[in-house]
Every structure is written in structure tokens, then in C-alpha cells.
Design a protein around this ligand. Structure first.
Ligand code: BDP
Length: 669
């Protein structure tokens, strides 16, 4: 009896600890252990040892042989998987390529693909697949919604969290090979001798995983760190300062990747402060990095008002510099011309700078997509970009990370799918959103009955469009609340604020209609696009409806393709968005018995917040815009449940850089 009670107790403990382990911390890497697979490698090395150990632990199939071999069909990090004579051979010219092959093989196993027939050759589309952390030295994360920064600067380099290695492993498993550790609004401190030792400690941990370290730098660092009187990129002292700094970095971190620079943007210093161009600034840094094969990623996110339309400004400033950058500079351009909105047309800078290497910057963190409260799977949004911008025209891809100290890394279990999808698409933009969702679901939640799996996948695939619908349909953009960008505030007006930081600048609602006229009769931003697109966007009848209010100021009564007036169509989109989220709730609840309780409840409660937020968005936008349209909300759609004046009083106590917590948000609703 005593024994039975003890064993029941024991089982209960095991059960509880197993349940507690379902906190999402294992991401998509929920691999089996103790598989005791037979693995052989050409030699021992930190990277190969990881590949071997991962396979030994988790691989359940035939013996695997790792072979390092040059091959015309394989790029440096490419690999081949072959199954012959009851043996599997992984081949790559590099150790990192073999590590990727190992993770690929395990992915095939975990997603139920047929490995016996597998003859896979994989090459990355880009040599540089990089995460940008917007992490500050005080461990706050700009636009971060998953706790604090992973990097514990105070404890580094002496205390090394286990998470550093787990982070590198997760990235390696999806082919991410670079990480910019700190915020683009960079503190000069990162380049101090003291901090470089901390950076080195991280680089040493990441290296075996093929993950290189890069830093965001403040252009005025020579002034801030060593009291130089200028940061003019043509000044001899300044040039010497950067050369010495770069030398110091490479002495400590021989495989350091290079710099990311936000210059002359949102108050950051830059070459223009000294009468120099972006190219002159970037080239000076590029020359310092060149002997070590380092690169400069120079951001094109600038909007000094040289034109009344912010959407045109980056192009106006950068296009004339085409061809002036050194070949180790890559100009990093956000996917859209404004700023990571739920939907934007692509930035016309892509395609306009034929003689400059360009890279795309995506935002994995959901600054404008409901933070870590809303389920929004972003692969379809990034795929949309690649429909317009040929993947081969880019040199690299960067993603602003959504990772922090939260147990589940990203604040929302489904936000992990965006980290995953970013890595997979950076490796191969031709992968489909559906396949990536499928891979992620199977690895994250294990095998589900196929109808449940299909529903969860559908939920993911519809989720981005749902957010667009309840936030900013038909080309509306930037009607967010001031600063934190969480909820709706289309009415927002802050005396003295830059007009292009205010929603009314973007929606331009009046008695006649709504939308920003960027046609040839308006700001003529359409002219920055290639001719056929420019023509299509210019004409209100041929402009795709998802971009309509981005390019046109449209009368409320304008007939849409559905036959409805613009106003009715807008109401329908907002209503659809709400309904879609309600459907997600149903899909998720129906999956309850197949998902562990902890992650099930976490996602369930996030979906409740999302459903409430969707109604909040719908009511706020429709009641506010109705004051201009003067038209009734169509009777077939759900009636508003809020008063506009109450919604206008909502002020969330979240500052620009803090992460909102559920409690705070709910209390203020
Ligand atoms: C905007 C963010 C701001 C960033 C800026 C940037 O609101 O916090 O610093 O972009 O990308 O989206 O530099």
C-alpha cells in the first residue's frame, strides 16, 4: 500500500514536471533523445561534434556518414543528403553545411518525410541570413514583447547563460548565420574595450553553430568614446579611429561579421551632419573593414522631409547614390516604403538601385501587428514581398528579432513560427508559407490528426490577412496609437508632433473620402515604381484593392469590385477580421485534446485578447471614420459595442520601448 501511494506520488511528480516543461522553451526542437544512432564524421571539431551529437541523440534511421567534400553543385553552406545501400551520406564543402544537413535530416524525420527515398540537394539563396536584435545595453528591447534582452551585459563575459547556446542552436537549425546583437539606435558603449570582451564571449559560443556576430554602431562613436571633435567620415583622425577600432575588434573576434548602421534617421548621427553623403559615410567604414572581409549594412530607413510624402523620401535620398557604394556595403531597405505596416506595397528602392547590393529588412517582432498578443503568421506577408522583388536581385535578408527572456522566447507560442519562417525563407524564399507552417506545426506540437493539422495550418495562413482586415484594410496604414503602436488611434493629434508621425497624415479622411493620393494627380509616389506597375497603381480602377487607400483618396461612395460602396466594403473588411479571429478561437479550442495544457491555455488566452482587440479596432475605426462618411454601418454586420468617446479616452500606459503586459492592457480596457 505504502509502495502504491509512493509510486502514485512519483507518477504525479513526473507528470507535473513534464507538464511544466511544456512552456514552449523547446521551440520547434522537441527532438527525441537517446536514439543511439550510428554516426561517423571525418574528424572531431566543435561544429562537427554538435552535428554528430544531435544525430546520435535524435536520429532513428540508418547509419549516417558525414563527408566534407567540394562539389560543383554545392555552395559553401549547401549540402546533399543521399540514401544508398542502407546508409545515409551527408555531404558539404564545409562543417557548417554538414551541421545544416544534420538539422535538415532531423526535420525530415520529425515532419514525417520519406528519408529512404531522399536525395536532397540544398543551397541557401543568400550567404547572409541575419537577425537584427534591437536590444539595448540596459536589457530593454526596442519593440520587444518577449521580456528582456537575452544578453545579460552586466554578467557577461564571466557568467554565460545556457540560453546563449540554445539560441545559437535554434538559429543553426533553420540556417540563420548572422546576428546583430544590439539596437540600431546604437549606444557607442558597445564599441568600448569592456563591451567588446562581452561580445567576444557571445561570439565564442555562437561560432560552432556557424553564427557570426555583427554590431550596430553609432556613427558618432569616435566623439562619444574618445572625444574626437568630429565624426566627419573624410576627417583623417576619424578614419584612423575607425581603422584602429576595427583592428581591435578583429584581434578579439577574428570572424567578426561587420557593422549595421542607422545614420541620419530619427535623430541618429550620420555623415550628413558633416555635409557628407550616406555613401561617403558607409564607404569610410567599409574601407576599415575590408582587410578583414567585414561588411557594412547601411540602412535606408530615412525620412527627412525633402518631399511632402514620407513614402517617397528614402527613395529620393538613396536612389541618386546608386553605384557610389563600396562592394562590401549592402544597403538594407525595409520591405515597404514607410515602416513595417500590416500591409505595404514593396519599397520602390528595390529595383531602382541596380548598381548597389541591397538587402531586405523584415520585422519579425510584431511592432505593428498586435505585439506578442496577436497570432499573426508572417510568412505570407514576406512571400507577398517576394512576388514583387525577385529573390535573386537581393544580396541578403535581415529580420528584426522577436526574441527575449520569456520562457517561450517570443512571448506567444505562435510567434515562434515567425522566427522559424524567417530562417526558412531566408534560406529559400521559394518555400511556400503552407509548407513552412506545416513543418513548424509538426515539430512544435507533434503529429496531429490530419483534419486538426489542416485547421491549424489554415488558421496560421489566414492570420495575417485577419490582422490586416481588423486593423488596416484596403491600403490604410499607420493609424496606430501614438508611440507604442498597439491599438487604434486614427484620431490621434499631438500638438507640435511631426505631421508624418500622426495618423491623419496617412488616412486623410474627410467628407469626400479617405486615403492618401499618391497618384500622378497627388504626390506621384507611383512614379517611383517601374512603368507597368506605376500605371496600374496610378489608375483607381486598376489599382489592386488591397493597396487602394495607399495610392488614392477614394470617395466614400466609390464602387468596389464587390459592387459595394467603399464605405460598406471597409465595414465588411473590419467585420471579417473580427469573425476570422473568432474562427481561430474555435479552431484552437477544437484542438484542445491534442495540445498540452500549458501551451493550449496560453494560446487560448492570447486569442481572447486578440478577439477583444479586433472588436476594439473595428469599433474605433468604423465609428471614427463614420463621422466623415456619414453613412450607416451596413445592417448585416455586427453592431459596435463601444462608444467612440470612450475609445478615445483609452491611453495604454505603455511607453515606446516597454513591452505591454496582458494585465496592464486588460485593466485599461
Ligand atoms: C520604427 C520603430 C523604431 C525604430 C525604427 C527603425 O518604431 O522604434 O527605431 O523603426 O527601424 O519602426 O530604426
Amino acid at each position: 500500500m505504502k509502495y502504491r501511494i509512493f509510486s502514485l506520488f512519483y507518477i504525479a511528480i513526473v507528470f507535473v514536471t513534464q507538464m511544466a516543461a511544456e512552456d514552449g522553451s523547446h521551440l520547434w526542437l522537441r527532438l527525441p533523445a537517446n536514439a543511439h544512432a550510428e554516426i561517423s564524421a571525418p574528424r572531431q571539431s566543435p561544429t562537427l561534434n554538435i552535428a554528430v551529437e544531435e544525430l546520435q541523440q535524435a536520429w532513428k534511421g540508418a547509419p549516417v556518414r558525414l563527408v566534407i567534400q567540394k562539389d560543383k553543385q554545392l555552395q559553401a553552406e549547401g549540402f546533399r543528403i543521399r540514401h544508398e545501400d542502407n546508409k545515409i551520406t551527408l555531404t558539404s564543402p564545409t562543417e557548417t553545411g554538414l551541421l545544416y544537413a544534420a538539422y535538415h535530416l532531423l526535420r525530415m524525420q520529425e515532419t514525417g518525410q520519406n528519408v529512404v527515398e531522399a536525395q536532397t540537394t540544398e543551397n541557401p539563396a543568400y550567404n547572409l541570413r541575419i537577425l537584427n536584435h534591437w536590444d539595448n545595453m540596459d536589457r530593454t528591447v526596442e519593440r520587444g514583447y518577449a521580456g528582456q534582452s537575452l544578453w545579460n551585459w552586466e554578467e557577461l563575459p564571466n557568467t554565460l547563460s545556457d540560453r546563449y547556446k540554445e539560441y545559437a542552436r535554434a538559429n543553426a537549425s533553420i540556417g540563420i548565420n548572422g546576428t546583430v546583437l544590439n539596437n540600431v539606435n546604437a549606444s557607442p558603449k558597445i564599441l568600448s574595450a569592456e563591451y567588446l570582451q562581452k561580445v567576444k564571449a557571445l561570439a565564442d559560443i555562437f561560432r560552432p553553430y556557424g553564427l557570426r556576430v555583427y554590431l550596430s554602431v553609432n556613427f558618432a562613436s569616435p566623439m562619444a568614446l574618445d572625444s574626437l571633435s568630429t565624426a566627419d567620415p573624410l576627417d583623417k583622425e576619424v578614419i584612423r579611429w575607425w581603422k584602429n577600432k576595427v583592428k581591435e575588434i578583429y584581434r578579439i573576434i577574428p570572424d567578426f561579421g561587420g557593422f549595421l548602421v542607422k545614420a541620419n534617421s530619427e535623430g541618429q548621427p550620420g555623415p550628413c551632419d558633416f555635409g557628407r553623403t550616406h555613401a561617403e559615410g558607409a564607404n569610410m567604414l567599409a574601407d576599415a573593414l575590408k582587410p578583414y572581409k567585414g561588411i557594412v549594412m547601411w540602412r535606408a530607413f530615412v525620412y527627412s522631409p525633402s518631399d511632402a510624402d514620407r513614402a517617397k523620401q528614402a527613395y529620393l535620398e538613396f536612389e541618386p547614390l546608386d553605384g557610389q557604394f563600396r562592394n562590401n556595403v549592402i544597403v538594407q531597405v525595409k520591405n515597404g516604403p514607410i515602416d513595417f505596416q500590416p500591409r505595404e506595397p514593396y519599397s520602390p528602392l528595390f529595383g531602382a538601385m541596380q548598381h548597389t547590393p541591397l538587402m531586405a529588412e523584415f520585422q519579425v517582432t510584431q511592432e505593428y501587428l498586435g505585439h506578442s498578443n496577436h497570432l499573426a503568421y508572417l510568412a505570407p506577408m514576406w512571400k507577398e514581398f517576394f512576388e514583387f522583388v525577385a529573390p535573386a536581385s537581393l544580396k541578403a535578408v535581415a529580420g528584426v528579432a522577436n526574441i527575449g527572456t520569456d520562457a517561450n522566447w517570443c512571448g506567444h507560442t505562435f510567434a515562434q513560427a515567425n522566427w522559424y519562417a524567417f530562417g526558412r525563407l531566408a534560406w529559400q524564399p521559394s518555400l511556400s508559407s503552407g509548407n513552412i507552417a506545416d513543418e513548424w506545426l509538426k515539430q512544435t506540437f507533434g503529429s496531429q490528426p490530419s483534419d486538426i493539422n489542416a485547421q491549424l495550418k489554415k488558421m496560421m495562413l489566414d492570420s495575417h490577412e485577419a490582422v490586416v482586415n481588423y486593423m488596416m484594410p484596403l491600403g490604410l496604414h499607420h493609424i496606430f496609437a501614438w508611440g507604442h503602436h498597439y491599438g487604434p488611434e486614427p484620431w490621434c493629434s499631438i500638438p507640435g508632433a511631426r505631421p508624418d508621425w500622426l495618423p491623419s497624415y496617412y488616412h486623410r479622411a474627410d467628407k469626400q473620402g479617405i486615403g492618401f493620393d499618391r497618384s500622378s494627380k497627388g504626390s506621384n509616389a507611383v512614379a517611383q515604381y517601374p512603368e507597368t506597375l506605376a500605371k496600374q497603381y496610378d489608375n483607381i480602377d486598376t489599382c489592386p484593392e488591397e493597396y487602394l487607400l495607399w495610392f488614392h483618396h477614394v470617395p466614400w461612395s466609390h464602387r468596389m469590385k464587390s459592387g459595394r460602396s467603399l464605405w460598406d466594403e471597409l465595414c465588411h473588411h473590419y467585420d471579417n477580421g473580427v469573425r476570422q479571429v473568432r474562427d481561430f478561437q474555435k479552431i484552437w479550442d477544437a484542438a484542445e485534446k491534442y495540445i498540452d495544457a500549458e501551451r493550449f491555455h496560453e494560446v487560448q488566452s492570447k486569442l481572447k485578447i486578440q478577439a477583444r482587440d479586433a472588436v476594439w479596432w473595428k469599433d474605433a475605426c468604423l465609428l471614427y471614420f463614420q463621422e466623415f462618411s456619414g453613412m450607416p454601418i451596413p445592417y448585416e454586420i455586427e453592431r459596435p459595442i463601444h462608444e467612440l468617446k470612450d475609445l478615445q479616452k483609452v491611453h495604454l500606459p505603455i511607453s515606446n520601448y516597454e513591452c505591454p503586459t496582458k494585465e496592464l492592457l486588460n485593466k485599461n480596457r
